[in-house]
Ligand binder design. Structure first.
Ligand code: K1U
Ligand code: ZN
Length: 172
């Protein structure tokens, strides 16, 4: 498994629309393995393929808390079938916008369908952090980053903060 670099804003690749995967093959599984390794190394609780520069509809997630056994989930070609009207706020972060956390409102429950690691179809309701995270990750597949829900002022500040931090990192 390989840890791959995570793209950060304002990299235009993060704005690309991800394409559906034709079939879940060993190549797709290798991508998912690399994504999981990359997500754990970051560390994070979710990752979309476009965040490592691959424009395919693939997401990995592990919502286990410290000390809990892993709860790894893989999503290929996920779709939202239904959501509820009620929205809940959550303080979201994003590995592509490091060290920025902002409160975003999203539907509290969503019914999703996707192919898993073995290419089997799964259809289920997601709620709580699972609902927040899958909606955040599925936004990435549409080229949407969570700061897009903020005011222009807050969004610009967030991007500037990331660019400055990246410059400092590059300078050593
Ligand atoms: O960049 C990403 O898409 C991953 C992102 C997922 C996410 C977090 C919170 C709300 C919605 C979506 C992250 O993983 S940010 C890092 C993070 O939340 C975290 C990191 C270490 C421990 C616990 C959480
Ligand atoms: Zn993100």
């Amino acid at each position: 498994m390989t840890i791959r670099p995570i793209l950060t804003v304002p990299n235009p690749i993060l704005r690309e629309i991800s394409k559906p995967v034709d079939a879940v093959t060993d190549e797709t599984r290798k991508l998912m393995d690399d994504m999981l390794e990359t997500m754990y190394a970051a560390p994070g609780i979710g990752l979309a393929a476009i965040q490592i520069g691959v424009p395919l509809q693939v997401i990995v997630m592990d919502l286990a808390r410290d000390g809990e056994p892993p709860q790894v989930k893989y999503f290929v070609n996920p779709e939202i079938l239904e959501d509820v009207e009620d929205e809940v706020p959550y303080d979201e972060g994003c590995l592509s916008v490091p060290d920025v956390y902002e409160t975003i409102d999203r539907p509290e429950r969503v019914k999703i369908t996707y192919l898993d690691y073995n290419g089997e179809r799964v259809t289920e309701w997601a709620e709580g952090l699972y609902a927040v995270c899958i909606q955040h990750e599925m936004d990435h597949l549409k080229g949407v980053v969570f700061i897009d829900y903020l005011s222009r002022l807050k969004r610009d500040r967030a991007v500037k903060k990331v660019v400055k931090a990246e410059k400092l990192k590059a300078a050593g």
